[in-house]
Design a protein around this ligand. Sequence first.
Ligand code: CO
Length: 225
Amino acid sequence: MGIYAIDANLFSLNQETSMADEIQDLLTRNREWAEAMEQNSPGFFQRLMNQQKPRFLWIGCSDSRVPANQITGLMPGEVFVHRNVANVVLQTDLNCMSVVEFAIREIKVRHVIVCGHYDCAGIKAAMDHSTTGVVDHWLSGIRDIWASNKSELDALDEVAAQRKLSELNVREQVRSLCRTSVVREAWRREQKVDVHGWIYGIEDGLLRDLGIRIASADDLDKFNI
Ligand code: CO
């Protein structure tokens, strides 16, 4: 039934006159969702009022097919989220750094998950130079990763190279995150924060652990990060 509803919405995107209905539909869905949540777990929203104490920070891609809560089966209140094009962690990005600082210093999340995904438009754009504008600057770091691994990537076919670059990008963003002062200071004062590198397959809905789990400054050498 859900799938039919999605199809109907896609169709309605082409109908100028139904635009108002399309928006109204979201508000209607919200009411239904809130009612169902309350029914399944009476007092659910009131309990959320009291505290925000998620154990996880998720840094992922803005891609609509990779919603953090849904693919991990987490409820509201269970994961703090930052998303941008191609899940980039830049130390000059005030947005991302504010999220990381708040999550680690205030919320004290136990795990940070940097999650890339296959079939990422940002990764593809970085490889084929198909974009122009601000996003081109945003993706320049990914082009650098590509250039640094050119011989390995050139040996692969196009799709395999994209998938490999998505994985290398996760590794690079974990590296960048682990070198922020917020993460290093947390480890120095012996706050437990593990940084993980994962990748998500749009094609099968499954998360893959890339085997990167950094729990201390010493681990950076161990994982060659
Ligand atoms: Co993406």
